[in-house]
Write a protein that binds this ligand. Structure first.
Ligand code: ADP
Length: 289
């Protein structure tokens, strides 16, 4: 079982010709309400690729809470670890315009996932094959999860996003870290390439269309991305992480696992939406041929 401990949000997407100035109202041209949150996205990506996935997280008592839980269930994710808390679910307000985006995340219920909740899930964490986390839930809860996993020799993939939640304290538990280039620079500074050598097989930096790189203990390895016509890169990193989790749970060697993750992520950028664009197993295997 792959257990994802992380955020569950409703994405409220609004498109407009141009961003409004302060105090101004403009008419928009698109509105969509779609399930998101890095944790839920990564759980769905892994389940779509054939992983057996359970989610630990929190949603609110609002109607979004029902929708978000039903969505995870429909996509094959076990939701017995998703708790319901009084108040609103997490939302991401996503403004799209001028080929760019502006996003406000309001964590809502995600911030009610306490380290006591994590303690209550100790058995599920300890008996998992792999844990997947991001940094959109309270940091003490991330830390508690990683401690339990470490104590029980369960490997952890920590996608350090948003990177301002990253703490050096995580490093002592030796998680597999999967930042993109800007997150790597936030965590390790301009010289992040040197950090690769300090964390052999533990630090995988994703490079957008160029794929990903890591250090295998002897040499630097870059696993090239797959060239595609990208229409929406939202959720590329989430698909990469979900796919990496499936590959690692199946004990694929690192380079093969990253190749699989690049293939899945390249398929996801060819379609609109984060969860909507996530590929299945067959499609991904075909892309690898
Ligand atoms: P994030 O989405 O977290 O910012 P990246 O931009 O590094 O992270 O993308 C994550 C992964 O998604 C990459 O390692 C690659 O496999 C895939 N990917 C992203 N953008 C593209 C693209 N334009 N073409 C093909 N693959 C892509």
């Amino acid at each position: 079982m792959i257990t994802v401990v992380g955020s569950i949000n409703m994405d409220l997407v609004v498109g407009t010709e141009r961003f409004p100035k302060q105090g101004e109202t403009v008419l928009g041209n698109l509105h969509a309400t779609v399930p998101g949150g890095k944790g839920a996205n990564q759980a769905v990506a892994a389940a779509r690729l054939g992983g057996q996935v359970g989610m630990i997280g929190a949603v609110g008592t609002d109607p979004f809470g029902d929708e978000l839980t039903a969505n995870l269930k429909n996509k094959g994710v076990d939701v017995s670890g998703v708790k319901r808390v009084e108040g609103p679910s997490g939302i991401a307000n996503i403004l799209l315009s001028e080929g760019d985006n502006r996003i406000i995340v309001v964590p809502g219920a995600n911030h009610e996932l306490t380290h006591e909740d994590i303690d209550n899930c100790e058995q599920a964490i300890a008996s998992s094959d792999l844990i997947v986390m991001q940094l959109e839930i309270p940091i003490p809860s991330v830390l508690r999860t990683i401690e339990i996993a470490h104590k029980n020799h369960v490997p952890v993939i920590l996608n350090p996003a948003p990177s301002d939640g990253f703490s050096e304290e995580f490093l002592k538990y030796e998680p597999i870290l999967t930042p993109n280039e800007s997150e790597a620079a936030m965590m390790f500074g301009d010289k992040w390439e040197q950090a690769l050598e300090a964390h052999p097989n533990r630090l995988i930096v994703t490079l957008g269309r160029d794929g990903a790189r890591y250090y295998d203990g002897e040499r630097h390895v870059r696993v090239p991305g797959i060239r595609v016509n990208a229409v929406d890169t939202t959720g590329a990193g989430d698909t990469f992480n979900g796919a990496l989790a499936v590959a690692m749970a199946e004990k694929m060697p690192m380079a093969d696992a990253i190749r699989f993750a690049n293939a899945a992520a390249s398929l996801s950028v060819e379609k609109f939406g984060a969860q909507g664009g996530m590929p299945g197993r067959e499609e991904t295997m075909r892309r690898l041929q």
